[in-house]
Ligand binder design. Structure first.
Ligand code: SF4
Ligand code: FES
Length: 249
């Protein structure tokens, strides 16, 4: 008999045609002086994603494994992690594309909370600093603010960001100096800088031309390669640089 709030532990699925080995970097900073590696086996069904294998470990093998996830469909951005050396979303990467052994680590550059979970607060503090929302001046309009398809297209790519931090967590400049605003912040500033309805582009550019802004980028393209939404992150950074250089927005 289960008490209210208690959940039944389902039986582990029967072994399937294939399995995959997960080598996961584990660390509880409150207890472990150093990170260590744990190895687990998980079933591999056609169509399974890394998130399915992590769920198998957590639900049937070792409930102490910690990782963040929510939507499981590439929308919420909560399960970015380093997979075989590249930042990916666990819910988007297919096991069939990963070989027989997968190395799973937390993304780099942000403080470790536990296992595969990092503290996202420095990431969001930087994001908030560029005012990632529409700012308008003058009287409230009596009808919606109109925008042509061309004006909308100008920033369409950077509207796709889901704030997963895969880009910022793959940036070597950010790894060595977390004061750099990082690519995700620039992407989200870009989204409003080039919005014809917004009136605060100058303020954002003023922030981004500073010491820790866009000119820290070394165009390694790690961010573009890591982005699960296919955003041209490096291109966005270059466009913001050009806007600063020309002071034309
Ligand atoms: S730009 Fe791409 S990788 Fe970076 S936070 Fe947004 S969705 Fe994630
Ligand atoms: S769990 Fe939401 S993006 Fe992967």
């Amino acid at each position: 008999m289960f008490q209210r709030g208690q959940r039944a532990q389902p039986d582990a699925p029967a072994p399937t045609a294939g399995t995959i080995r997960l080598r996961i970097r584990r660390c509880d900073p409150d207890r472990d002086p150093e990170p260590h590696w744990e190895t687990y086996q998980a079933p591999r069904q056609p169509g399974d994603r890394l998130l399915d294998a992590l769920h198998h470990v957590k639900w049937y093998v070792d409930g102490s494994l910690s990782f963040r996830r929510s939507c499981a469909h590439g929308v919420c951005g909560s399960d970015a992690m380093r997979v075989n050396g590249v930042n990916r979303l666990a819910c988007k990467v297919l096991l069939k594309d990963l070989g027989d052994e997968v190395i799973v680590e937390p993304i780099q550059g942000l403080p470790l909370a536990k296992d595969l979970i990092v503290d996202m607060e420095p990431f969001f503090a930087s994001y908030r600093a560029v005012m990632p929302y529409l700012i308008t001046a003058g009287h409230e309009p009596t009808r919606e603010r109109l925008q042509s398809p061309e004006q909308r297209d100008r920033y369409d790519d950077t509207t796709k960001c889901i704030l997963c931090a895969a880009c910022t967590g793959s940036c070597p400049v950010y790894w060595v100096d977390g004061r750099y605003v990082g690519p995700a912040t620039i992407v989200n500033a870009h989204r409003f800088i080039f919005d014809s309805r917004d009136t605060a582009a100058g303020e954002r550019l003023e922030i981004l031309k500073g010491r820790d802004g866009v000119f820290r980028c070394r165009t390694t393209f790690n961010c573009t390669d890591a982005c699960p939404r296919g955003i041209q992150v490096t291109q966005a950074i270059i466009e913001v640089r050009r806007a600063i250089a020309s002071a034309q927005i």
